[in-house]
Design a binder for this molecule. Structure first.
Ligand code: MN
Length: 233
């Protein structure tokens, strides 16, 4: 009997993201996303931002589009929205992580888009149904390379912006997050066993809106990175 694991067909490759300064890539395990983490965005979505606990949804790991580039307009929607976000990449796991220890779990940071089929998300909200069809579709998570903490530090302050065809649509500052990165990791780790390879999309500032095929998106986090995406038919 062979000790080598075999499969009935070739398994899908591990989704992975380039790392600045490394040949090796960052293997993605799970993608957690924080909802409504900037007060002005919570308000534009019709919610009171005041200290409701954070809430989360997930995307499949293979929803990443490493390095950005072309993203196909997804099926089933007529209202694809951009949400520019700081992405946290974790290299250390744990349960019940204290906020004071949380940053030790961070490998690096990236800039990502939480692409959203807003019409499907809105229908789901109204019907009290899960958000998966609105949030967790193929290519719904374009993301830049990861900038390691050891060479590029942490990012708790800095402008976060998104322009579409050269026009700024979203802007905010990382310091405006309702739940900081350490608080988010701490909260999440009370409900899930965090593992190396997990990503956290940390929420989007105000100004979300629709894109159509042909649109060119440039997302930036100051002192971190720029994500370029083109929506194609
Ligand atoms: Mn989002």
């Amino acid at each position: 009997m062979s000790s080598v694991q075999s499969y009935v067909f070739e398994p899908a490759p591990t989704p992975a993201i380039p790392v600045i300064g490394q040949q090796a890539r960052f293997p993605v395990r799970r993608i957690y996303c924080v909802g409504r983490n900037y007060a002005a965005h919570a308000r534009e979505m019709g919610k009171d931002p005041d200290r409701e606990p954070p809430f989360f949804f997930m995307k499949p790991a293979d929803a990443i589009v490493p390095g950005g580039g072309e993203v196909k307009y997804p099926p089933g929607t007529a209202d694809l929205h951009h949400e520019i976000e700081l992405v946290v990449a974790l290299h250390r796991g744990g349960r019940n992580i204290a906020a004071a220890d949380a940053l030790e779990h961070v490998y690096g940071y990236a800039v990502g888009l939480d692409l959203t089929r807003r019409d499907l998300q809105s229908e789901a909200k109204k019907a009290g149904r899960p958000w998966d069809f609105g949030k967790s579709f193929d290519q719904s998570a374009p993301v830049t390379a990861i900038y390691p903490v050891v060479t590029h530090g942490h990012h708790a302050v800095g402008k976060i912006t998104l322009a579409v065809n050269g026009e700024v649509r979203q802007q905010g500052d990382l310091s405006e997050m309702i739940w900081s990165v350490p608080e988010t990791i701490a909260y999440l780790s009370r409900y899930y066993l965090i593992e190396p390879g997990d990503l956290i999309f940390t929420g989007t500032p105000a100004g979300v809106g629709a894109v159509v095929p042909g649109d060119k998106l440039v997302g930036k986090v100051e002192d971190l990175a720029e994500l370029n995406v083109e929506i194609v038919a």
